[in-house]
Design a protein around this ligand. Sequence first.
Ligand code: SF4
Ligand code: SF4
Length: 430
Amino acid sequence: MSSFRAIGRNSSGIGALRPGSISFLTWHNSPAKTIGPLYPTIAKCYIIIMKSIVSLRRCQDYEAGGPARVVQQVIDDLGGIGSFVKRGERVLLKPNLLMSYAPEKAVVTHPAVVEAVAALAIDAGASVSVGDSSSIGSLPRVLAKSGYEPFMKRLGVQAAVFKDKVTIDCREGRIFRKIELAKAVFEFDRVINLAKLKTHSQMLLTLAIKNLFGTVVGTDKASWHLKAGKDYDGFATVLAQIYEAVNPSLSLVDGILGMEGNGPTGGPTRRIGIIAASTDAVALDATICRLVGFPVEKLRTCVIAESLGLGTTKRDHITLLGDGMDGFPLRDFKPPKSMTVMWNMSQRNPMRRFLESHMAARPRIDPNICSRCKVCMSHCPPAAISERNGEMIIDIRACISCFCCQELCTSKAIDVVHPLFGRIVAKLVG
Ligand code: SF4
Ligand code: SF4
């Protein structure tokens, strides 16, 4: 199993063997006599190439115990729940609980999937909690509105509210030296990451790596958006470093009913019919990115996390178990409208500035749909939204195209538009 996650959640700075990486181990005390004349040529340097395992299985709906059976299968493919949870441990389940939405809207991780993982962990002798820092609404309210309460009561699962913060020292050489995350996350023995398969207007897809942004407490999320600005790779670096710091034992993606188009809240639901899991969230996200038909190099969270040695995106470093990729990739899975050619362009590329001002997708508020609730205004990281004469106005020069406003607008009053030049180029490059 690819469970060589030597970095403990509180032990950043310690070297690690990551799945898919190539590691050179020096064997100083090698008994030369057993290796013979080839020592030291071979014995001193071992090259270990580890493959990451991703389990991918079909599950068409949330009915009649289907998710419970398939969740058990994907976890069994990875060695069984006993590989991840020990008797007496405290386990935190981290689903996507962005805000209160009924499960059939495909915004939150479906409660049937979370219940299935909780039941397995409890059977293995663990005590289980569910936690997230929702963008809007208190955790108890989001749990109630999103259909979590019944199974939590039935199984004795607690709610872990992310309120207090702890500063995590990042590994030597990382761009961000310190990250403040929810203290509660580090009070558990294990974190199991339970993501939803959705498009994301800023980051293309929100899967396992992006899901852990929910361990940033409340309005601190806006500060990270502000720090990264329009630098999508910068924001992907933040997300990759959060993944490294949280270091979940297991990541699982609920892709039974996902979202395409203008996700993570405004797109149409799309039945994809899969559940997938891995100990390597980079390999997991890369596999799902291929499955929905997007090029992996455009999923910057994966590319950056791989460059930091946190996992692999490479097909030949990933062993796929379960039902395989028959029927995939999807040919018609709709990307978010904001998808731009800049997503794989370095911040240092001189063309980028020009393209940003002439091509970058922007949010636009439809005054006929807008209810003037001002949620977008209060959550816009650079305060680019204001109210003028009873209308919500976006200052496009201040906008950093993070699309938080679109994500949080429950009226679906915010669309994504491209400047004319951007539309022409998009047509030309297909
Ligand atoms: S969140 Fe949506 S409905 Fe509310 S003010 Fe902004 S655009 Fe209007
Ligand atoms: S206007 Fe919307 S997209 Fe622009 S910075 Fe504010 S929240 Fe982000």
